[in-house]
Design a protein around this ligand. Structure first.
Ligand SMILES: C[S@@+](CC[C@H](N)C(=O)[O-])C[C@H]1O[C@@H](n2cnc3c(N)ncnc32)[C@H](O)[C@@H]1O
Length: 341
């Protein structure tokens, strides 16, 4: 089954909602504002006609603050430009929602000037294939890549992420105009890691919680063995390799940001609860799907317990955001058109 058929962020604006627990996604977006602003300014300066209509897509927009903040930012940039050019009118803004997966073509050919995607593309289109010839898991006891993972496990995750990201680029290459831009931010891994192995703290903690629930007889071992957390944390280096290989876009800029969850909170009991809410807001549609609705609160309570253990061992909730700015590559488009002909 495709992940996007059931994956969604927690709805509403209550205590466990995505909107209340997506300050990381919001914070990184705020840090990236200057990149968005300079990209849009550059696009308008190169093609004055864009003042009449600039088409922007926010893919995997979710239900948090980011998509509307993006709309406000672009409207503000356009308003400033209108003033600068002494135009009498105010820019208009038209919004529409497009259902579907960004692993498919969603927009007309050559229609988008700027594509934005924040904290989304690390979600795989489907779970990596991790069964041996006998149908047994080759990642027994784990729900993601860990430091000790055998090579085939690491390769299986890469074998899912690489074509997924490449497929995303292929679809966008049809939709984005020549010399149009994309700004993509993903949950990722530190740029210094050459290896494909990077274990985020949330999957480590969830793994410990699930193993504990198995020992308490509340979850069956096979349930853990048949579950893989469907995301891949790439480094900027890995993204660059895929972009170069796919060929439709060129990397204009890349950066990695180290993050922590609520480092300002000194209370060691409070911080794990915050991490649990953050994790729950984006994972709650996945876990019941596999482990059952009735066990979900127990899983997240156990998660809080192991997040606390993690903190008392003087560990942080370290994680990374990777951002790449890509420009539609004229060469790539020419190759693509030749291919189409
Ligand atoms: C963590 S949220 C990010 C939301 C928002 N961009 C932000 O910064 O707060 C990821 C979003 O991507 C969506 N998503 C995941 N896979 C997708 C796919 N293949 N096509 C479209 N959306 C997808 C999820 O449903 C979710 O709404």
């Amino acid at each position: 089954m495709r992940i996007n058929e059931f994956l969604h962020m927690n709805k509403g604006d209550g205590e466990l909602s995505y909107v209340q627990n997506s300050f990381d996604q919001n914070g990184v977006w705020l840090m990236n504002q200057h990149l968005i602003e300079s990209t849009i300014q550059y696009l308008i300066s190169k093609d004055k006609g864009l003042i009449k209509g600039l088409n922007v897509a926010d893919l995997g927009c979710g239900v948090g603050h980011v998509p509307l903040a993006l709309v406000s930012l672009i409207t503000e940039i356009m308003q400033r430009k209108f003033k600068e050019l002494r135009l009498d009118s105010e820019p208009s803004c038209f919004l529409m929602g497009v259902p579907g997966s960004y692993y498919d073509v969603l927009f007309p050919r050559n229609s988008l000037h700027f594509v934005h995607s924040n904290f989304t593309l690390h979600w795989l289109s489907k779970t990596p294939w991790l069964l041996d010839n006998q149908g047994m898991s080759i990642n027994k006891g784990n729900i993601h890549i860990v430091e000790t993972s055998p090579k085939p496990v690491v390769e299986a995750y890469w074998a899912q992420f690489e074509p997924d990201f490449s497929q995303f680029l292929k679809c966008r290459s049809k939709e984005v105009v020549t010399n149009g831009f994309m700004l993509l931010t993903l949950t990722g891994s530190p740029c210094s890691t050459d290896s494909l192995i990077w274990t985020p703290c949330v999957t480590k903690i969830l793994n410990e919680a699930l193993i504990c629930l198995i020992s308490e007889g509340l979850i069956k071992e096979e349930k853990l063995d048949s579950f893989e957390f469907p995301m891949y944390l790439a480094s900027t280096k890995q993204l660059e390799i895929i972009v170069q290989k796919e060929g439709s876009f060129a990397v204009e800029h890349s950066e990695t940001t180290e993050l922590d969850v609520a480092p300002e909170i000194e209370d060691k009991l409070q911080r794990p609860k915050i991490l649990t809410k953050v994790f729950r807001a984006y994972s709650e549609s996945i876990l019941p799907h596999h482990f059952g609705e009735e066990i979900i609160t127990v899983i997240y309570d156990k998660f809080t317990h192991y997040a606390f253990q993690h903190l008392v061992q003087d560990k942080t909730f370290e994680h990374y955001a990777v951002t790449v700015v890509l420009e539609q590559n004229c060469k790539g488009v020419a190759v693509f058109l030749d291919f189409e002909a």
